[in-house]
Design a protein around this ligand. Structure first.
Ligand code: HEC
Ligand code: HEC
Length: 410
């Protein structure tokens, strides 16, 4: 196998790239040659080695116990780096997004939450002095980088640490064959056996660097940091260019702040990254209630690219933005474990609603439509949608996402 050198990668021209891709498609080549092709694509030619490595790892199902699930299985560019499902489905399933179906005979359940986008997660915690400012139970102001909050309950900090969690989760990537304690070492030893990964880790972290789970997380984080999409019509409007941000969007922005959305969805990312109790209903498919960070607290999600990431809320129970608006307009808990104001309960530990939620003003239909138009103007569709042509393991990039036809015939 030809070695993977930086100069070779950067020196590649567009026409030789086309030849490599074409030859790969025609000749069904060895995994090593396929890896060459994915290292020569347009992403690889314009990014640092650690980012290229992270992207290949993100797409490589070798990170899952049964080699069928990659990060990209649930964070796919076709769904703005979500999976478009109410609740995610990981290992022991085939197909992409809402079409993904269980093949484990219900041995492996749904993931208990909705897949958030990976776009802009490098900016998690940037509250930018939003009204909420992030000073509540969730975190203090400006928790970025190593302190950046991750997950719907902020339970893990930093992209690099987050990246190891799905690998350890039974229903996400680990599956039935390995224990939580063993899986990371198994994955690391698999990577060590693949020469392309050994070379890429050497290039990214220095020659002779061992492959470790820490570096695995760091490489994936470096890639995720390239997935930024913050040049929406709203941002262009702020920069003085009206573009698609018209009168309705401006009315929506004013209404958004007037009725109290900005109290939690403030700042650059339209999130205080703090925890709040809103009484979102439980998902009917789950056997246990989801208490979030405790007391049914969930993190305020960013509203950037919200027009692309339905369904909504931590468990996908709100199919459209209009459903979300009607939920706020009701201002009522829809969760039996969360009491409404003034509601008496026999349960002494019953949790109440966040007061910033209950004080959102009621809205007319046209105000709700304006706010939706404003939120849709927070979309930057110009994010990287590229998919590696191959990954160093020789497995299918993204895992079992293309295998739907097989099941139909069973
Ligand atoms: C089976 C589907 C699935 C797979 C596979 C998966 N994720 Fe996720 N991801 C989710 C779900 C669901 C959540 C939210 C979980 C929670 O809040 O408890 C999430 C959360 C995240 C977050 C936090 C986003 C935020 O704003 O808080 C990041 C980042 C992320 N995943 C990256 C990854 C990476 C990297 C991998 C691969 C190592 C991966 N995911 C694999 C479904 C998946
Ligand atoms: C009390 C703080 C707070 C206020 C006020 C608030 N939100 Fe939220 N928002 C949240 C939290 C927390 C969630 C996630 C709740 C969950 O999943 O349990 C959320 C979820 C959402 C979602 C779904 C995002 C996704 O990725 O699934 C949208 C859209 C949204 N809010 C818009 C609004 C609008 C519009 C307003 C004003 C009418 C508003 N919010 C007011 C905290 C708030």
């Amino acid at each position: 196998m030809p070695s993977v050198h930086r100069s070779q990668k950067y020196g590649i021209t567009f026409s030789s790239l086309l030849v490599i891709v074409a030859v790969t498609a025609w000749a069904q080549t060895e995994p090593a040659d396929q890896a060459e092709a994915s290292l020569a694509d347009s992403y690889a030619s314009s990014h640092k080695t650690i980012e290229v490595l992270g992207r290949l790892l993100f797409w490589d199902p070798i990170l899952s116990g049964s080699r069928d699930t990659a990060c990209a299985t649930c964070h796919h560019p076709d769904f703005a780096y979500t999976d478009g499902r109410e609740l995610s489905r990981g290992t022991g399933a085939i197909g992409l997004g809402p079409a993904r179906v269980d093949t484990s005979n219900a041995m492996i359940p749904n993931v208990r939450r909705n897949s958030p986008t990976v776009l802009n997660t490098a900016l998690n915690g940037v509250s930018n002095g939003g009204v909420g400012g992030g000073t509540g139970p969730g975190l203090s102001r400006q928790n970025t980088g190593e302190r950046a909050p991750m997950f719907w309950d902020n339970r893990v900090r930093s992209l690099a640490l987050q990246a190891l969690e799905p690998i350890k989760e039974f229903e996400e990537m680990r599956g039935p064959d390995y224990t939580k304690e063993a899986i990371l070492a198994v994955v690391v030893s698999r990577l060590e056996e693949i020469p392309t990964y050994r070379q890429l880790f050497d290039e990214a972290f220095g020659a002779g660097s061992a492959i470790t789970s820490t570096r695995l997380g760091e490489a994936i984080a470096a890639y995720e940091k390239t997935l930024i999409a913050i040049n929406s019509p709203y941002d262009q409007f702020l920069a003085g260019n009206r573009g698609a941000f018209g009168a309705q969007q401006q009315r929506g922005l004013e209404a958004f702040n007037r009725v109290g959305c900005g109290g939690c969805h403030g700042g650059l990312m339209f999130s205080d990254y703090d925890l709040h109790t809103e009484g979102v209903p439980e998902h009917p498919a789950l056997d246990q209630p989801d208490p979030g960070a405790g007391r049914f607290n969930f993190r305020t999600p960013t509203l950037r690219n919200i027009g692309l990431t339905a369904p909504y809320m931590h468990n996908g129970t709100k199919p459209t933005l209009l459903d979300v608006m009607q939920f706020y307009n009701q201002g009522q808990s829809e969760n039996p474990n969360v009491a409404n104001p003034g509601e008496s309960s026999n349960d002494p530990v019953m949790v109440g609603l966040d007061s910033t939620f209950t004080t959102v003003l009621s809205m007319s239909d046209s105000e709700m439509a304006d706010i939706i138009a404003f939120m849709e103007a927070l979309t930057d569709s110009n994010f990287d949608r590229s998919i590696p042509t191959s990954v160093p393991s020789g497995l299918t990039p993204g895992g079992s996402i293309q295998d739907v036809v097989v099941l139909e015939r069973n």
